[in-house]
Design a protein around this ligand. Structure first.
Ligand code: S3P
Length: 168
C-alpha cells in the first residue's frame, strides 16, 4: 500500500478523518490545502481573490505531486479531482477513498463558513457544484464510505479496517 488519498466535497470531514486515520495506521499525514497555504504563505481565500482559482489549481496540483512520494494519508481539497492528471497521479501512487456526505450535512456544517471561496456562493450554485462533484468523486474513487451521522473516530476506524483487511 502506498498513499491513501481522501477525496470528497468541502466539509465532508477529509481533514479530521485523515488525521485520525494516519494515527491509527502510523502513517504520515498531509493535507494538500494546508500544505499549499504553508508553501505560499497565503490563505486559500486570498490566493483565490488575489491570483484567481486557476493559480490555486496549479499550486494544488504541484503540491499533490510533491507529497505523493511516500506512504501517507493525504487529505485533498474538494476540487482536486477536477483535473484528470491529478486523478492519474493518485491512482498511480495509492488508493482513493471517497468520503460521501449528503448535501444537507455539508450545508449544516458549512453554513457560516467564509474560508471556502467556492462555497460562498448562492444556494443554487452550491447545489449545482455539489451535484457535479459527486459524479466525479464516485467515478474516480476506489472505495466510498458514507459519513452522515457518524463520528470522525467511527469513520477512521471503518477505513482502517478496510485498509488492513485488503492489504495483502
Ligand atoms: C475547494 C475545496 C477546498 C479548497 C478550496 C477549493 C473546492 O478544500 O481546496 O477552497 O474546489 O472544492 P476542502 O475540500 O478541504 O474544503
Amino acid at each position: 500500500m502506498n498513499n491513501i488519498y481522501l477525496i470528497g466535497f468541502m466539509g465532508s470531514g477529509k481533514s479530521s478523518v485523515g488525521e485520525k486515520l494516519s494515527l491509527l495506521l502510523g502513517y504520515n499525514y498531509v493535507d494538500t490545502d494546508q500544505a499549499v497555504e504553508e508553501a505560499y504563505n497565503k490563505k486559500i481565500v486570498d490566493i483565490f481573490s488575489d491570483e484567481g482559482e486557476q493559480a490555486f489549481r496549479t499550486y494544488e496540483s504541484k503540491m499533490l505531486q510533491k507529497v505523493s512520494v511516500g506512504e501517507s494519508v493525504i487529505s485533498t481539497g474538494g476540487g482536486l479531482i477536477e483535473s484528470e492528471q491529478n486523478i492519474k497521479e493518485m491512482k498511480n501512487a495509492g488508493i482513493i477513498i471517497y468520503l460521501e456526505a449528503s448535501y444537507n450535512t455539508i450545508y449544516n456544517r458549512l453554513k457560516t463558513d467564509l474560508s471556502r471561496p467556492l462555497w460562498n456562493q448562492n444556494r443554487e450554485k452550491q447545489e449545482a457544484l455539489y451535484e457535479k462533484r459527486i459524479q466525479l468523486y464516485r467515478t474516480c474513487a476506489d472505495e466510498k464510505f458514507l459519513t452522515d451521522d457518524k463520528t470522525i473516530d467511527a469513520i477512521a476506524t471503518e477505513i482502517k479496517y478496510h485498509i488492513v483487511n485488503n492489504s495483502n
